[in-house]
Design a protein around this ligand. Sequence first.
Ligand SMILES: Cc1cc2nc3c(=O)[nH]c(=O)nc-3n(C[C@H](O)[C@H](O)[C@H](O)COP(=O)(O)OP(=O)(O)OC[C@H]3O[C@@H](n4cnc5c(N)ncnc54)[C@H](O)[C@@H]3O)c2cc1C
Length: 377
Amino acid sequence: MLPDVIVVGAGIVGAAVAEALAVAGCRVRVLESAWPGSGSTGAAMGHLLVLDDSEAQWRLTRLSRDLWDARADQWGAALEWESCGTVWVAADGEELELARRRGAWFAERGVASELLDQVALRAAEPNLAAGLAGGLRVPGDSVIYPPAAVRLLLEGAVRHGATIAAGTPVKRAGGGWVELTNGDRLPAGAVIIAAGLATPELLATPVEGLALIPKKGHLAITDRYPGWLRHQLVELSYLKSAHGSAPSSVAFNVQPRATGQILIGSSRQLDTLDPTVEPATLSRMLARAATYLPRLETLTILRTWVGFRPATPDNLPLIGPVPGQPRLWLATGHEGIGVATALGTAALIRASVLGEAPPLDPTPYAVDRVVGWMAHA
Ligand SMILES: Cc1cc2nc3c(=O)[nH]c(=O)nc-3n(C[C@H](O)[C@H](O)[C@H](O)COP(=O)(O)OP(=O)(O)OC[C@H]3O[C@@H](n4cnc5c(N)ncnc54)[C@H](O)[C@@H]3O)c2cc1C
């Protein structure tokens, strides 16, 4: 007998989990405090990519990229799917060596990439600055529009009988039950909390050591310049900013949108929940981008905004059952790759809830590892 399921949170992770469990035949209810995609997901870039900084992250990004690819034919245009690939840009010879090693690592694992020298890089992206050493092109990476992905996933869940309750804040949750802020208590065979940064505070029985770190990020989007940019461009040392402990950092990360607009990132600020755009950080981010794409300064920026990535101390998400609290699961902590890894996360949660064979070893993402985080506090 399949459990009735409550999913708390309708960001990309909650939407993917809801769809997976509804398709599996569970009766799914999604409870969302605001509206679908209103959290980190609505602020994201939507870069779908494979990453090599740990085996666990590699496996989850690889599985998820394959799962997204399978949706491309079904949903391509509606997702604003761009099969633009990623170019990891190497500023100098040392970074080009890093690019070569990353390419070799991908090749060992069956992912195609191409090392670009200085000339090939300029041919691939004519607006890049002269003098950059080269790069690594990963043609299988792509870009989607995250709010569209949330909508499509939830529509899929609804087609399989799910209900979505927006404007329904959960006060707290435990094994097999959820309490709303209006006092209603809802039972369920399985509760999955996918409430992003809010997840720890919703646990009626706290999990010792569990804490999420907000990583604030700024983005800017230009007017429409079709063809100006062809790939998602990211500086080779991007992961230093993504996973570093510096209170504030910026990195070159720009994206061509299906509309012809150019989305410019990225910044990271730790331990702040200030929702305002900070001119100083934005200027630093844009100046960094302009060192790689000098003509970017001639384009018109239409809008800027910020979002908060839900991060963990060990840079891996929390996906799995809560120890000692039967019928309660967490799916959160994906930092800057929650869109990219949402479908793999949903596949892991589905397997765990239904007792099926997992699509990959779930151990690195298990919730019980948070005990070790006490040392970071
Ligand atoms: C600037 C920026 C750029 C990014 N770029 C990328 C990218 O290119 N690729 C990528 O993969 N990722 C990217 N990310 C990261 C990505 O946005 C996150 O990893 C992802 O959106 C996390 O999804 P989520 O569903 O866990 O959280 P959220 O999207 O935050 O969803 C959580 C949901 O839970 C709801 N909620 C909270 N509390 C309650 C409650 N009490 N009751 C009910 N509901 C509740 C919220 O309203 C929200 O809708 C980026 C993030 C930022 C900020």
